[in-house]
Design a protein around this ligand. Structure first.
Ligand code: AMP
Ligand code: ZN
Length: 114
């Protein structure tokens, strides 16, 4: 996707503070952190949003959750707890049209979200 900012980050056309990378997945610091730990985990494959996840993508999505778990442990926030967020579409608050999962930690989260 030529105009997708997260595809550009995945392709290294735009810099990011990379936390973890493998063939399928990239994790990097959010540029506008809303918590002391705020990491975005994305598939390198362009998938627009949760609505666009297909059967064939399910192993990839599972892999992303494994990476989130591992990154949380490596960051030392696994025991104290953290939040995983996926925003989908307008009412979900999605602003970047490449599926991503926010890993938020090191502050008390509230429920319900705003
Ligand atoms: P969402 O509102 O769920 O679509 O989240 C998009 C997130 O991407 C926001 O938290 C932004 O701060 C973050 N973001 C946008 N551009 C960049 C960038 N170039 N590098 C890192 N994070 C970004
Ligand atoms: Zn993309």
């Amino acid at each position: 996707m030529a105009d997708c900012i997260f595809c550009k980050i995945a392709n290294k056309e735009i810099p990011a503070q990379v936390i973890y990378e493998d063939e399928q997945v990239l994790a990097f610091n959010d540029i506008n952190a809303v918590a002391p730990t705020h990491i975005l985990v994305i598939p390198k494959k362009h998938i627009s949003d949760m609505n666009s996840v297909e059967e064939i993508d399910l192993p990839l999505i599972g892999h992303i959750f494994k990476i989130i778990k591992n990154v949380a442990k490596e960051k030392g926030i696994d025991k104290e707890g953290y939040r995983i967020v996926n925003n989908c579409g307008e009412l979900g608050g999605q602003t970047v049209g490449h599926i991503h999962f926010h890993l938020l930690g090191q502050r008390q989260m509230k429920w319900p979200p705003g």
